[in-house]
Write a protein that binds this ligand. Sequence first.
Ligand SMILES: [Zn+2]
Length: 193
Amino acid sequence: MSEQLDKPSNSSPALSRRDSIVIVLIQKSRRRAELPMIAALDERGALHPEMTFELSVWTEEIATIPEAYLVPAYERALTLIASDRPFIPGLMRQAFADLRREEKLALEDRRRRAIEPDCWHCADQGYQPLYAYEEKSRRWYRALRPCACAAAPEGQRKATPLQSPGYRRSGLGEYVSERDYLKYGAPATGFEG
Ligand SMILES: [Zn+2]
């Protein structure tokens, strides 16, 4: 059983998942530059000294980048340099910052869309509430006028929404013609100002 005891204990180096990812990126960047590949492991199965050095350089350069972003940051960094220029691992920091900023903007955009309607004119209801004064009965009527947006039924959709000039909008998103407003005053609360 001495044979087993003689075997080097480090025959399979305990690489972290992160190290494994970085090693692949190192190999990819070398292939891209048409540099000779460095063997990851030496003949004893240990991490190759040259790879150990490369890994330590890269690890230092990209220490602030979370593991999940290593590959996306590498791919983005490739777009930041001309194809005939050597890859610089430090570029991944800038790429990572770009990716995070884009994610943040996309998140803010989704949040804003969730609370802001696509159509300001009708708040995506498809209809705009319109007050009209009927002189005969001397009273206001509130009708719903189809909007010009996709929320309005296709057959009823107007060419343009009720809007200024010509129509006054209340804080509640209701409308009245300027003509009626000037002649008969505010039909409901929210039109003043
Ligand atoms: Zn609309």
